[in-house]
Design a binder for this molecule. Structure first.
Ligand code: SAM
Length: 287
């Protein structure tokens, strides 16, 4: 019979047995609600042909749900002190656990080596201290992942999902729009975690587009332009870009005028299409 890993009693017992101590610094809040776990697994749309990358299995409650549905799961956990726990909680034939910092993982290589012929999904209840860098890493590279389902702080979900002109709209909103369609699946109260975090969470699904939303000359340039425009939030795009690219305001003004964009506008009011135009003009200008 299968262990109910999400039962707080089972969790406490096993964690104590291995002398595990929760690390706040690593964002360790483990799920203790079977319903939420089922809903995350459902949102990931996993079947017997799916390969799943999980970032941060922790105790393994969500991982268990993934292993039961997927062809193969590769779970990446930074905390080696969970090794003993995993021997007990994750006795599945279709799992591989890599004890490493996700930020150091070569995801392309991993997909090639572990998931040949499979449809690859990424699922994670993300550690909050490093949510943005992880999502940027996934979005800036062209991995062959079809869907990403992540649990994040509610505020972060709002930023991932934000539209131009709102205060949540930021560089990461644009990175998401460039690559994916988003769908906030549910808001999750802090009571479903052990220990409880201070804030509510949300589960967001990102469906990766077959082709990026806009066609541009140079992707790296696009992301630099976006970052430059949001570096100092209340500054104009003219200031942001001349700082970022270390060139004169006259130059940037010329670039912006060539694509009919007001140099006095702020990044938070520009659409992804407008960023695309600026980026392409920058590429041509600095060729
Ligand atoms: N998936 C589990 C769950 O839902 O109950 C645990 C989620 S917990 C919020 C985040 C997990 O990510 C922890 O197990 C933590 O040790 C791990 N983690 C933190 N930083 C990481 C990193 N850079 N790379 C991989 N795992 C990391």
């Amino acid at each position: 019979d299968e262990m109910k890993l999400y039962s707080p009693r089972v969790m406490k017992e096993i964690l104590e047995k291995y002398g595990f101590k929760f690390s706040k610094g690593l964002g360790q809040n483990f799920l203790i609600d079977g319903n939420i776990i089922n809903k995350i697994v459902e949102a990931a749309d996993i079947d017997e042909n799916s390969g799943v990358i999980e970032i941060g299995p922790g105790f393994g409650t969500l991982t268990q749900g993934l292993c039961k549905k997927a062809k193969k799961v590769v779970a990446i956990e930074i905390d080696k002190s969970l090794k003993g726990v995993h021997k007990e909680t994750l006795k599945y034939d279709n799992i591989k656990i890599v004890y490493e910092d996700f930020m150091k993982i070569d995801v392309d290589k991993l997909i090639e080596e572990e998931f040949a012929g499979m449809d690859v999904k990424l699922v994670a209840n993300l550690p909050y201290y490093i949510t943005t860098p992880i999502i940027m890493k996934i979005l800036e590279d062209k991995y062959k992942i079809s869907r990403i389902v992540v649990m994040v702080q509610k505020e972060v979900a709002n930023r991932l999902n934000a539209k131009p002109g709102t205060k949540e709209y930021s560089a990461i909103s644009l990175a998401v729009q460039y690559r994916a369609n988003t769908n906030v699946t549910m808001i999750v109260p802090s009571s479903v975690f052990m220990p409880r975090p201070k804030v509510d969470s949300a589960v967001i699904a990102l469906d990766i587009l077959k082709e990026p939303r806009i066609n541009i000359i140079d992707e790296k340039m696009l992301f630099e332009v976006i970052r430059g425009s949001f570096n100092q939030r209340r500054k104009t795009i003219l200031n942001g870009l001349s700082n970022k690219f270390d060139c004169s305001k006259e130059t940037i003004k010329e670039v912006l005028q060539n694509v009919n964009i007001d140099p006095g506008i702020r990044g938070e009011n520009l659409t992804i299409e407008e960023f695309g135009k600026i980026s392409d003009e920058m590429s041509r200008f600095f060729e």
